[in-house]
Design a binder for this molecule. Structure first.
Ligand code: ADP
Ligand code: MG
Length: 467
């Protein structure tokens, strides 16, 4: 039961969320507030600092991986035989370099785990036995269409208003949108063309629209930069190439920012593929470019958990810091050493499905298989298609109580929280120029929910506080 004071707080918070543009479309077309938590997630200073340090290391790793096309092709080409989306992406590659500058906007997602899993990791990775453990376990790094920089900044304002005014909690400062907007402004200046614009590549139906138009608004407010939203198919219809530039209605597109193009649904029409080809042929700064997008694939994540592979891309010191945060990965045809002898990973996971997450090469939420779903889907996957999936050990995150507010209703639940750190990295021909951590995203959800999306209604936006 909620007290009168709690009820008023919840009602006020919902109104303030609307005031700040924290809005989402429901499937029926109605508007509601973005789901949010009223219980900031509490972590220690050292946990926070470890996460912040890791951001720049992971950005460097992604830039370096993206520069090695042979590596990406070696491991993704076999998958492309069975996965038409990967084939579409690989076929987009152009041999000639049309743009030397790279702008990476990434978010690296973690869970914080309990002591049991820390010890388990030490047992699995002999190389960590004598080193300090980490409480962080990476879920994945997102290198394309990194969402929520606007809405999470608005939530930090909302939390600060309520908690700091009542001297309850100090919310850890969070303003990633400002850094994203400034990074775009710098890149636009570097592109060095008079009166150029940003092209935001959008899905035709977008539930998370307000996160995107919030960004567009601030680009105009802070820097007088114009953004145009178009789908890939529309781009094919209305854009053209002139002297290497991508031109839209007579204006030069300095930056193409992908909030679409990460899902096969964005390439159903042939015109969409042609739209992307047009972009690839131009000198626009793509956020991200094709190889940075591919470096964020789940197959690449699985490979980078191997010490001999990650060490090709970053120093031994950085490898060690990153490896500490990885759980075990397998391919479905791996042989696993179990107490009962050697078995194939596919057999092992069908007996122990609750210990794993099965992931295809997809982004955007709702594509992974958990628990019983794994057993069901495995019986339908042909062995020749095994390589399109990776099998990831399930992370058991620490639980905590939280009040979650979804579509006007509040509920007190036992929850888990996924913390993402946003990073921006600029590079030229793969040489890192600027590399920074720029803030965080927290998504809190009931501990019984497996998937994680906020727009999909699984999770609630949240802030951090120090315990
Ligand atoms: P996507 O690229 O579709 O967002 P993710 O790898 O981020 O896919 O997984 C989606 C969600 O599933 C995550 O936000 C997280 O809540 C959950 N999840 C993914 N991997 C694991 C894991 N190994 N253990 C527990 N939960 C996971
Ligand atoms: Mg992702």
């Amino acid at each position: 039961m909620q007290t009168q004071v709690q009820k008023e707080l919840i009602e006020n918070a919902i109104e303030r969320a609307k005031l700040f543009g924290m809005l989402n479309y429901l499937p029926d077309g109605n508007l509601t507030h973005t789901p949010f938590s009223l219980s900031p997630y509490s972590i220690s200073n050292s946990e926070l600092n470890e996460m912040i340090d890791l951001t720049t290391h992971f950005s460097e790793l992604m830039i370096n991986v993206s520069q090695n096309w042979d590596f990406l092709e070696e491991h993704l080409k076999p998958i492309a035989k069975n996965d038409h989306f990967i084939r579409i992406l690989l076929d987009l590659r152009k041999k000639e370099v049309t743009q030397n500058k790279q702008l990476l906007i990434q978010r690296n997602d973690f869970f914080l785990v309990n002591d049991e899993q820390i010890n388990c990791n030490k047992k699995n990775h002999k190389e960590f036995e004598d080193s300090s453990e980490s409480i962080l376990r990476q879920v994945e790094i997102n290198t394309v269409s990194v969402s929520f920089p606007f809405l999470i900044t608005q939530l930090a304002r909302l939390h600060k208003y309520f908690y700091e005014q009542n001297k309850l909690k100090a919310i850890i400062k969070n303003n990633p949108i400002k850094h994203v907007v400034d990074a775009f402004a710098n890149a636009l200046e570097e592109y060095n063309a008079k009166s150029s614009i940003i092209l935001l590549i959008a899905q035709s139906k977008e539930n998370n629209l307000f996160d995107q138009i919030g960004l567009e608004q601030l680009l105009w407010d802070y820097h007088k930069i114009k953004t145009v939203r178009k789908s890939l198919s529309e781009i094919y219809e209305i854009c053209k190439l002139k002297d290497g530039h991508l031109i839209l209605d007579g204006e030069i597109v300095a930056i193409t920012y992908y909030r679409a193009g990460y899902s096969p649904n964005d390439f159903i029409e042939n015109e969409a593929i042609k739209g992307r080809q047009l972009i690839e042929a131009s000198s626009t700064i793509q956020v991200p470019n094709l190889s940075i997008q591919l470096a964020g694939m789940k197959k690449i994540q699985q490979l980078l958990t191997k010490p001999e592979i990650i060490s090709k891309f970053v120093s031994p010191e950085i490898s060690k810091l990153i490896l500490k945060t990885f759980v075990k990965f397998h391919t479905l045809d791996d042989i696993i050493n179990t107490p009962g002898g050697n078995v194939s990973a596919s057999e092992w996971v069908s007996i122990n499905p609750h210990e794993y997450v099965l992931k295809p090469q997809r982004e955007g939420g709702g594509n992974n298989f958990f628990g019983k779903e794994i057993t069901n889907i495995l019986s339908t996957i042909q062995k020749s298609n095994f390589n399109t999936y990776v099998l990831m050990e399930k992370i058991n995150a620490k639980t905590h109580p939280a009040t979650l507010v979804v579509d006007g209703k509040a509920e007190n639940l036992s929850c888990i929280s996924e913390v993402g750190r946003y990073g921006i990295c600029t590079a030229e021909n793969g040489k890192v120029i600027n590399n920074n951590d720029i803030g965080y995203l927290v998504r809190t959800k009931s501990k019984n929910v497996d998937e994680g999306g906020v727009s999909a209604g699984f999770a609630c936006l949240n802030s951090l506080t120090i315990n």
